[in-house]
Design a protein around this ligand. Structure first.
Ligand SMILES: Cc1cc2nc3c(=O)[nH]c(=O)nc-3n(C[C@H](O)[C@H](O)[C@H](O)COP(=O)(O)OP(=O)(O)OC[C@H]3O[C@@H](n4cnc5c(N)ncnc54)[C@H](O)[C@@H]3O)c2cc1C
Length: 582
């Protein structure tokens, strides 16, 4: 009987070794050994350049944002502390006044920024401008979250300062005068004044939004995202409350125009630019969702993935973009993002959807897929991809599409050499990119030629079935790519069963094609050796800017980010890291 051997120790036979792709065949590094020639002697300037192209811009923007807050805080505090028209109130509540007012000012600054990062059409437009080289648009959601935390922080400062102010005012102006009336006065100020009531309503709305938006709750399967999504609409209550909050003008100046329109209730002025763009985007979604669409084909793939091909009017896409999809038969209100796997050169759009939860499960059912029934699988002849044929008396449900929107992967055409790394379903952005590159390299469908001369595509998968998802695409690429401009490397990370391993070994002997994928490129067992991959690319492409694009889990993303920094040098190859998060 065959003994189980560690998959990493599987030896490749001669034919197979000949088939090994260039970057994997490179012998400049062996397992676990670093290509130190590439990474030693980095000067400070080298390090600075590398840092700047790999995440440094995000840090710079972040620190700039903090600096802006510090400046506004200092200037605002001085203003409210020295403003002579508020000397009277300062006599009663002292530092409570400038603290509350300056925190409110910073909240206004934050609200001016909070909506821009979630305006996807706006960001997709800006991506097409030179601003894309300066502002890290891929980190839009991180910026939104950072701004939200700033709002939470200054809300605490504002409330804390006002609690102190209310206490001081209650003691000073309690009616009838005396310590006994002060607590009642304090409660009145909190819950029986317009300012107090709107303030607490806003705080409650903010609290609920933040609670359900926390990463762990948001990512909780089966409903976590929906709770986050629906409760986030409390932003309407929050914004409306905020507008009225200031208009009640609780703390009045000593003289001048008391509570003039120019001084109070100015929330809308800060909110307006972002708010208008946000509303326009929402209207756009309504308009787009009414465009004609037709589900042209549904293919059920192994490992619970379905491919949906949709014909849609008025849609132009770029490779690497994503759309939002809704299916009213499943839920009118839910919109889920999926990366396009079709190329711009094709006359339909397609997505590959992994069935993971409520929405994707219900959508799969509505589109006629059956991932559960064993009988069904047997009927359809095993585990390969199967075109779903709906019963004659049943039409495919309607789907609504919003987008497409830009993503990090869109920038692939800026480079001569790229490394595309997908993990599991994270391969989807690269399917579209590979198709498009293939069309361009072959100048099919009148597609524009490309300066891109070398593509390394690494796909890390867990099981055999996954390799089927883009089987025909990868085959077509291998067949047509006579100049070996696209190198495919597939890594299978699951432990193999003895039987499977035996079959593979038998089939591989002397074979020209891989036993698992039937590609010429052999499947590798275990995890990629990133030192070897990056080192080899740096060796083969000296003085080249290499785009590294990744989609998959954060752990792998961090590894690739580290490698991009490690193997970049100002005078040699520079790796530009870009990631996409699901
Ligand atoms: C930009 C982007 C591109 C994506 N592309 C693909 C793709 O090509 N193929 C694919 O299979 N999956 C893709 N996803 C993930 C996909 O959107 C979720 O798997 C899907 O929404 C799950 O919905 P569910 O109700 O079935 O699962 P649930 O069990 O509700 O959720 C499973 C996971 O998906 C997340 N999720 C749920 N709803 C949403 C939503 N509306 N927006 C964002 N995340 C959500 C949850 O936080 C959770 O982590 C992409 C996600 C993003 C953000």
């Amino acid at each position: 009987m065959l003994r189980r051997a560690p998959t990493s120790s599987l030896q490749r036979n001669k034919t197979e070794r000949r088939r090994l792709q260039g970057v994997m065949r490179q012998t400049t590094a062996v397992e676990g050994q670093e290509l130190t020639s590439k990474i030693k002697d980095k000067t400070l300037i080298d390090k600075y350049h590398t840092w700047l192209i790999n995440g440094g811009r995000v840090s710079l923007i972040f620190w700039l944002y903090i600096f802006l807050h510090i400046i506004v805080w200092v200037l605002g505090f001085m203003h409210y502390q020295l403003k002579d028209s508020s000397a009277g109130i300062r006599e009663v509540i002292s530092f409570g006044f400038p603290f509350a007012r300056t925190a409110a000012l910073l909240l206004h600054v934050d609200v001016a920024f909070i909506l821009f990062p979630v305006c996807r059409n706006f960001i997709s437009l800006l991506r097409q401008t030179p601003l894309n080289d300066v502002i890290p648009f891929d980190d839009n959601i991180r910026f939104h979250i950072a701004t939200a935390w700033s709002i939470v922080f200054f809300t605490f400062v504002h409330i804390g300062a006002h609690m102190y102010n209310f206490a001081a005012l209650s003691i000073a102006f309690a009616t009838p005068p005396g310590a006994a009336a002060a607590p009642v006065q304090f409660l009145i100020l909190n819950f029986a004044t317009g300012t107090g009531i709107t303030g607490w309503i806003m705080t409650a709305a903010l609290g609920v939004m933040v609670f359900f938006a926390m990463e762990k709750r948001r990512r909780a399967p089966n409903g976590g995202f929906e709770k986050f999504w629906y409760t986030h609409h409390l932003f309407v209550v929050f914004f409306v409350g905020w507008q009225f909050h200031g208009m009640f003008c609780m703390i009045k100046p000593d003289r001048g125009e008391l509570c003039s329109f120019n001084v109070i209730g100015v929330f809308w002025r800060y909110w307006l630019p972002g708010g208008l763009i946000f509303i326009t985007e929402r209207v756009l979604r309504e308009v787009r969702s009414r465009h004609w669409t037709n589900v042209a084909k549904v293919i059920q793939h192994p490992s619970k993935v379905m491919e949906v091909q949709i014909k849609k009017e008025k849609t132009t896409i770029r490779a690497g973009q994503y759309i939002f999809l809704s299916c009213p038969e499943v839920s009118y209100w839910q919109w889920h993002p999926f990366t396009l796997t079709s190329a711009p050169e094709e006359d339909y759009i397609s997505v590959h959807i992994r069935v993971v939860g409520d929405f994707t499960g219900a959508l799969a059912k509505a589109l006629g897929c059956d991932f559960d029934s064993k009988d069904e699988k047997a009927k359809k002849g095993g585990d390969g991809p199967q075109v779903v044929t709906p019963p004659l008396n049943r039409v495919m449900p309607r789907v609504m599409v919003d987008g497409p929107f830009g993503s990090a992967s869109e920038d692939f055409l800026n480079f001569e050499t790229i490394l595309l790394v997908g993990a599991g379903i994270g391969v989807t952005p690269f399917a579209s990119i590979l198709k498009s590159i293939w069309y361009r390299m072959n100048s099919f469908n009148h597609s524009a030629p490309t300066r891109l001369s070398k593509v390394y595509f690494v796909w890390v998968i867990r099981d055999f079935g996954t390799a089927e998802w883009f089987h025909s695409l990868l085959h077509a690429i291998e067949e047509q790519d006579t100049q070996n401009r696209i190198e495919i490397s597939i890594y299978l990370t699951a432990k193999l069963k003895d039987d499977d391993m035996h079959n593979i070994l038998v089939q591989e002997v002397g074979a020209e094609r891989d036993a698992i994928t039937s590609l010429r490129a052999p499947t590798h067992f275990g995890r990629p050796n990133w030192d070897k991959t990056f080192g080899s690319i740096a060796d083969k492409h000296p003085d080249t800017d290499v785009g590294v694009f990744f989609c998959g889990p954060p752990v792998l993303s961090n590894q690739l980010h580290t490698m991009s920094i490690k193997y970049s040098s100002a005078k040699g190859s520079r790796f530009f890291y870009g990631k996409e998060n699901f």
